[in-house]
Design a protein around this ligand. Structure first.
Ligand SMILES: Nc1ncnc2c1ncn2[C@@H]1O[C@H](COP(=O)(O)OP(=O)(O)OP(=O)(O)O)[C@@H](O)[C@H]1O
Length: 309
């Protein structure tokens, strides 16, 4: 559905997007995560044919951004991070205006507008003035506007920014619904954890480089260079720690003040199933054995360590 190969954009000496290679399928909701100025908007604008790359390729549903711009614009709905709304227009008038711009025939316009209003849960505001909507409501109308021509691919630039927690949940539900409708969605954010459960894939970008890209679990795995285990035994904690220290897969062991053993495994060790067996065989009463979870926020910070200045 979306494929980019070495997509690159320079502004003078600054490389805003550097060799971005990406492949997304139908139904993928791709969380494009990175701090301010990392190149998310630049990449999305190139895919939307709004900005010419210096180098590289991008295809939307097999259409090239160089030769099939008109088709791509029909296939893509791009929601910029800031968009103006007009004064003196109701929600319905505003959407009908854009429906006309998308060349939706007059007799279908009202129906299409009502459908999209339902989809974004804004039908109750159909007669409100657009400039009197809250930020969250404006975002949802912006999304309805992006969906008017029923695009197969959606590029949403920070749709959750500036929203309160409730409005963010609503945007998240909408993203989920779009994935279920088999759309291909790229959604950018610098707010990490909230994308984790709606995205089928995530990519992390820093200074124009895609540092990591994969499904959420893969990204977590890459971020976590070493597995950390939390272990508790009923008694003889220090002896258990010494036993763990001698095992091949263990890099280091520490005992916390409240008698929790923290065992860090060697890099690339994935299978630690022998550890509880060893402890039990040595007659330690194991009361807790847990792998430290890495959340997206920690993952992002770990992956970008050294790159962020
Ligand atoms: N027209 C332009 N001219 C010069 N530099 C630009 C231009 N547009 C973007 N940049 C620079 O390119 C880099 C990437 O910008 P981009 O807008 O793609 O980042 P972003 O990840 O979308 O950031 P944000 O989260 O703040 O929206 C930034 O350093 C920005 O200053």
């Amino acid at each position: 559905m979306i494929e980019t190969r070495n997509l690159t954009k320079r502004y003078g000496s600054l490389i805003a997007a550097n060799d971005i290679t990406l492949r997304l399928q139908e139904g993928d909701v791709f969380g494009f995560i990175g701090p301010n100025g990392s190149g998310k908007t630049t990449t999305m604008r190139m895919i939307a044919t709004l900005l010419a790359p210096d180098h590289g390729e991008a295809y939307v549903c097999g259409k090239s951004i160089y030769t099939d711009q008109e088709e791509i614009r029909r296939l893509v709905g791009f929601m910029p991070d800031f968009f103006g709304v007009y004064d003196d227009m109701t929600v319905v008038e505003y959407l009908e205006f854009f429906a006309a711009a998308y060349r939706i025939v007059p007799e279908r316009r009202r129906k299409v507008v009502e459908e999209k209003l339902e989809l974004v849960d804004m039908a109750f505001k159909r007669d409100a003035m657009v400039n009197e909507l809250s930020r969250g409501q404006t975002q949802r109308i912006g999304l309805a506007r992006t969906l008017l021509h029923d695009p197969q691919v959606l590029l949403l630039d920070e749709p959750a920014s500036g929203l309160d927690p409730r409005a963010r949940i609503e945007i998240r539900n909408l993203l989920r619904r779009l994935g279920q409708m088999r759309k291909t969605v790229i959604v950018s954010s610098h707010i990490l954890p909230e994308l984790a459960d709606v995205c089928t894939r995530v990519g992390m970008i820093e200074k124009g480089h895609m540092i990591v890209d994969g499904n959420v679990a893969e990204v977590m795995r890459k971020a976590r260079q070493r597995i950390l285990l939390h272990i508790r035994v009923r008694e003889r904690t220090d002896a258990a720690a010494r036993l763990l220290e001698q095992l091949d897969c263990v890099e280091k062991v520490a005992v916390t003040k409240d008698q929790m053993i923290e065992a860090t495994l060697k890099p690339d060790v994935e299978d630690y199933s022998s550890l509880p067996t060893e402890l039990v065989a040595a007659r330690f009463a194991l009361t807790l054995f847990r792998e430290e979870e890495v959340n997206l926020e920690t993952a992002f910070l770990q992956l970008t360590q050294g790159l962020v200045q």
